[in-house]
Ligand binder design. Structure first.
Ligand SMILES: C[S@@+](CC[C@H](N)C(=O)[O-])C[C@H]1O[C@@H](n2cnc3c(N)ncnc32)[C@H](O)[C@@H]1O
Length: 290
């Protein structure tokens, strides 16, 4: 399997955001350093809601009790840790483009966990995976300056790879933000240049189109209100530790994160943006491979 060109954000663009400093994220994320929308159904603490989200993806991907599971965009490893510690998975492999995230995971020495600083587009496993999870990374798999056709082709490349890596009937559990009552023309220049450079959000129709004939969509939730609540909680925690945050990354960066989390909460609350959780099952004999 030859490497593809990474159609999304470069390693440098990813590191601009995620490598600002592990101690900074440690101040305002939950203890597991999960950095994606939580699942608040029946939970009132960020910790519990993040664990519920991880459990949700473990169930939807069919990862429980499996030998080999892949986490594409593994962050600081909360899902990898949970897979081997509580879900009976023998080997959990994580991909990230952020070097500080990978260093953090390597430092934990979690048995059965392996992390690589590698894009999904360069990944070339020697054996298939039993299940795949990808949470909060798909937002980085396309760029704003791509044509609509290039954008879909990039996404299709991702789904093709996941299809190749899974066994018959295997599942990918995918979570991503999306454009809802908005489009890429509405993507704020503040986010594009100062928060998530080289990134663009998908629409649900683009995910459905790009995965067609490769995966069937088994379940879908739009939990945008869960992201409004998660963003507000992150912002509350950041402001509570503001002085320490400023000492770590400076006034300007803290003001940027404060503004981004505030705008995000509004975007999810009003339905400008959505939060999709999709369970995708591999089609065994696609009639047409794109
Ligand atoms: C918002 S974080 C989500 C982390 C984690 N899944 C969580 O829920 O806490 C996005 C992750 O996607 C990773 N990422 C972005 N582009 C990637 C790519 N092309 N290949 C692999 N990982 C990528 C980043 O390095 C980062 O770890």
């Amino acid at each position: 399997m030859s490497a593809l060109a990474n159609p999304g954000a470069s390693a440098q663009a990813i590191q601009f955001h995620y490598d600002i400093g592990n101690s900074f994220y440690n101040l305002w994320l939950d203890r597991s350093l999960t950095y994606s929308c939580a699942l608040w159904d029946g939970h009132d603490t960020l910790e519990a809601a993040q664990m519920a989200k991880i459990d949700y993806h473990i169930e939807k991907s069919g990862a429980r009790g499996q030998q080999r599971v892949l986490d594409i965009g593994c962050g600081w490893g909360a899902t990898l840790n949970h897979l081997v510690r509580t879900a009976g998975v023998a080997q959990a492999t994580g991909l990230t483009l952020a070097t500080q995230q990978a260093a953090h995971i390597a430092q934990q020495e979690w048995p059965g966990v392996d992390v690589r600083v590698e894009s999904w587009s360069d990944h070339s496993p020697t054996m298939p995976y039993d299940a795949i999870i990808s949470v909060g990374a798909f937002e980085h798999f396309a760029k704003l300056d791509q044509s609509p056709e290039e954008k879909i082709e990039g996404y299709r490349g991702f789904f093709r790879r996941c299809h190749e890596w899974l066994p018959p009937g295997g599942c990918l559990s995918l979570q991503t933000m999306s454009y809802e009552n908005s489009s890429r023309e509405d993507f704020s220049p503040f986010f594009a240049s100062q928060i998530f450079p080289e990134s663009d959000l998908p629409r649900l129709s683009e995910i459905a189109g790009a995965s067609e004939h490769l995966f069937e969509i088994v379940s879908l939730r739009n939990d945008r209100h869960h992201y409004a609540r998660t963003s507000l909680e992150w912002r509350r925690r950041l402001l509570q530790r503001r002085a320490e945050a400023v000492a770590l990354v400076g006034e300007e960066a803290v003001a940027r994160y404060d503004k981004y989390l505030h705008l995000w909460a509004i975007g999810f609350h009003t339905g400008t943006m959505g939060l999709l959780r999709l369970q995708l099952r591999k089609l065994e004999t696609p009639r047409r491979l794109h």
